[in-house]
Design a protein around this ligand. Structure first.
Ligand SMILES: NC(=O)c1ccc[n+]([C@@H]2O[C@H](COP(=O)([O-])OP(=O)(O)OC[C@H]3O[C@@H](n4cnc5c(N)ncnc54)[C@H](OP(=O)(O)O)[C@@H]3O)[C@@H](O)[C@H]2O)c1
Length: 389
């Protein structure tokens, strides 16, 4: 793990990159020594970043739906720190969350706070006027809440996605990246099923875009450490009471940090042709190892797997792997639609027959030390809180 807390292979330039890629007209800020006669695009392709289409972030006007959520706040922080876009719009419903975000220091001249609901297409159209890049993060994502309120999940996660697409097409947005989850793969709960539908809708939106420059892709990844609803705060609270509950000792999950998630999204936005579902190569961990790291020696009770929960998650299924390509850092699931150009990712490799990217079959596992480093910030934050009576 490096100083920025990445768990991924540090040889990966992609997820640790913080620099602004220049436009093809501006090659002065690549941060690298450019071999004579090679354009930045050629250099990037030579490093295996086939499909790179330059983004000059300082010229972009970006909108993030769900900008007050865990992902959204980290995205805004990193964008303002490393990329300085012309305008950055936070789009979400709750004025209090927006007020708290601003009050906590997210108060920058290029930042705008828009109250709006992704269920309201007219509001989205207004918000997307002049916007060039959209990251669609707004969602209902708690499995039990989606299960109990299925039409609410459908309205936000599927119909909301459709509204983002319609508004983006009408306003001529160039790049739209929708966030998805491993739970969308062979889903067994409604949350996952809505995200699967959303993926399909975003991929096929490229067909509606026709000859226009609007392009849609998805980024699909696993559990995010430190996001709202993550298991770590639950374990920390249980540790106070002296007993940790685990559904099944065999349970495994993919893990990444919020920062990795954001950097992956930025990377996908720079790479996308439109139609890809991007999956990062990320490590796995056993829930039991996490519990033992957070609460060593604490009593553990096994409560059995819950409805809608899987023992292991899958990020690329065997069926999807036939149309999936691999680069050093990620998998690229290509659409099977006729409009997709097979030469889009010529430098990426096909996967072996029968390949499946699952949290139990992963080659990369978090070591105990990496787990300790991962939970340290949350543990110290929890220890700073007063003990509940
Ligand atoms: N966290 C994970 O482990 C994980 C893993 C894989 C993928 N993802 C995906 O990543 C995305 C972001 O997750 P997160 O952890 O940042 O979620 P989060 O912390 O729960 O944030 C959700 C955001 O969406 C907004 N929102 C909800 N309903 C909305 C609506 N109808 N219209 C507009 N905004 C709405 C919320 O603000 P308001 O309530 O104020 O509207 C909030 O800003 C989601 O799409 C999720 O499916 C998350």
């Amino acid at each position: 793990m490096n100083s920025e807390g990445y768990l991924l292979d540090t040889s990966s330039a992609i997820l640790s990159s913080t620099r602004t890629y220049p436009t093809s007209e501006d090659s002065s800020d690549t941060g690298t020594v450019k071999p004579a006669g090679q354009s930045p695009a050629t250099q990037l392709r030579r490093r295996g970043f086939e499909g790179t289409r330059m983004v000059n972030w300082s010229q972009e006007s970006i909108l993030v739906t769900g900008g007050t959520g865990s992902f959204g706040k980290k995205f805004v922080e990193i964008m303002l720190r490393n990329y300085q876009p012309q305008r950055l719009v936070v789009f979400s419903r709750d004025e209090l969350k927006q007020h708290e975000m601003r009050a906590s220091g997210f108060d920058h001249p290029s930042l705008r706070y828009f109250i709006g609901d992704v269920r309201d297409v007219e509001r989205l159209k207004r918000a997307l006027a002049g916007v060039t890049v959209v990251v669609h993060a707004a969602a209902l994502k708690q499995v039990p809440a989606c299960e109990y309120n299925p039409f609410e999940a459908i309205q936000t996660n599927i119909m909301g996605g459709r509204n983002v697409i319609d508004a983006a097409l009408d306003q001529g947005v160039r790049r739209i990246l929708a966030l998805s989850t491993d739970k969308a793969v062979n889903p067994i709960n409604l949350y996952g099923a809505t995200k699967l539908c959303a993926e399909k809708v975003f991929v096929q939106a490229n067909a509606y875009a026709g000859a226009s420059n609007t392009r849609f892709s998805c980024a699909r990844y696993g559990n995010v450490v430190g996001s709202r609803g993550s298991v770590i705060p639950v374990f920390l609270e249980q540790r106070r009471r002296g007993k940790i509950t685990i559904t099944d000792p065999r349970m495994t999950r993919f893990w990444l940090t919020l920062e990795q998630g954001v950097k992956f999204v930025v990377h996908c936005l720079e790479q996308m042709h439109g139609g890809e579902i991007f999956v990062p190569k990320i490590p796995s961990m056993r829930l039991l190892d996490l519990a033992e790291t957070i609460a060593p020696g604490c009593q553990v009770e096994y409560i059995g797997i819950r409805p809608g929960e899987k023992l292991h998650e899958v990020l690329v299924s065997e069926d999807e792997s036939r149309q999936t390509l691999e680069t050093d850092d990620m998998y690229v699931i290509q659409p099977s639609h006729p409009w997709w150009k097979s030469e889009n990712w010529v430098n990426a490799k096909p996967l072996p027959e029968g390949f499946r990217y699952s949290s139990d079959g992963n080659e990369r596992w978090l070591t105990r030390r990496e787990l300790e480093e991962l939970v340290a910030p949350e543990t110290s934050a929890a220890e700073a809180l007063p003990t509940s009576a």
